[in-house]
Write a new protein. Structure first.
Length: 292
């Protein structure tokens, strides 16, 4: 594979702040911006069509512009590394989780202090999922628990514990009361947020499940696997309506697949997904054929 790639001439596209772009050669310099963080970035999520939110080892949460790359707001309140960030798209609320065992809510147009705290986990918080209307929040932790919160009051509305369920990621199903969760116990679970009960558990994989995502139509979910030396490290497509087994697998990474995401579908583009890996690559796949 490496020999084949070395024979291919790659070109990049340079996107400007006004949204235009042009083909450039491989030596073109990218635009440079002042960094939003002073240490490694640990998580990133879409906030609005033109904004993103990120969290870092510097304990901060930053709101930045997709177009200009400029950091617009910076929130500081956690005592340790930020592990996850999320937001309901088109919402003015940002949520962050940390190794300090807490979750905080920030107002995009508010003060630099958190507008709500969600304490209650016993270990690092590793999963965040907010409802589409931003009224409820689900959190998961390495303490084997999943919690549901009222974002207005900060009240814990439910807490569920499953032995060995070390949560790695959470995501909310659009338009539904369901939350998808991946775990170090190698399973992907579907939670009914109304009663905070497991509605379905997909067949266990051979490796730790590291991340999950849900398609915009709410029909499919993805999970990604740990792995090494070409074993494991796949992403798996599941049908949330026909939950008997996996639909498709995307194999090609040589180390742990750390993240998986459904890509926005254009009017002339086939459904696609993207995966990132500890092998220093990002791959884009045809969702239906698993072709790269």
């Amino acid at each position: 594979m490496g020999k084949l790639q070395s024979k291919i001439s790659f070109h990049t596209t340079k996107y400007r702040a006004d949204g235009t772009g042009g083909q450039t050669g491989p030596t073109s310099a990218p635009q440079q911006h002042s960094p939003a963080h002073t240490d490694a970035v640990t998580s990133v999520a879409a906030l609005k069509p033109d904004l993103c939110v990120s969290g870092g080892r510097d304990k901060s949460v930053a709101v930045s512009s997709w177009r200009s790359g400029a950091a617009l707001r910076r929130f500081i309140g956690h005592e340790r590394e930020v592990t996850k960030v999320t937001s309901a798209l088109d919402s003015n609320r940002v949520f962050s989780a940390s190794r300090d065992k807490t979750v905080m809510m920030w107002e995009l147009h508010g003060t630099s202090r958190p507008s709500q705290h969600f304490p209650g986990h016993d270990l690092v918080v590793t999963g965040l999922a907010v409802s589409p209307d931003a009224s409820q929040l689900c959190t998961g932790s390495r303490d084997n628990t999943v919690c549901k919160w009222d974002t207005e009051t900060g009240e814990c509305l439910g807490r569920a514990a499953i032995s060995r369920n070390l949560v790695t990621h959470l995501c909310w199903v659009p338009g539904e009361p369901y939350v998808i969760q991946t775990s170090e116990d190698k399973t992907t679970r579907v939670w009914d947020s109304r009663e905070l009960q497991v509605a379905h558990t997909f067949p266990a994989k051979q490796h730790i499940q590291t991340c999950c995502d849900v398609s915009q139509d709410g029909r499919y979910c993805l999970s990604s696997s740990s792995g090494s030396a070409g074993h494991g490290a796949e992403a798996t497509l599941w049908d949330l309506r026909q939950t008997r087994g996996r639909v498709c697998e995307y194999k090609g990474h040589f180390q742990t697949t750390t993240s998986c995401v459904f890509l926005p579908r254009g009017p002339t583009l086939a459904p696609s997904i993207a995966t990132s890996s500890s092998d220093s690559t990002v791959k884009v796949w045809d969702q239906d054929t698993a072709g790269r």
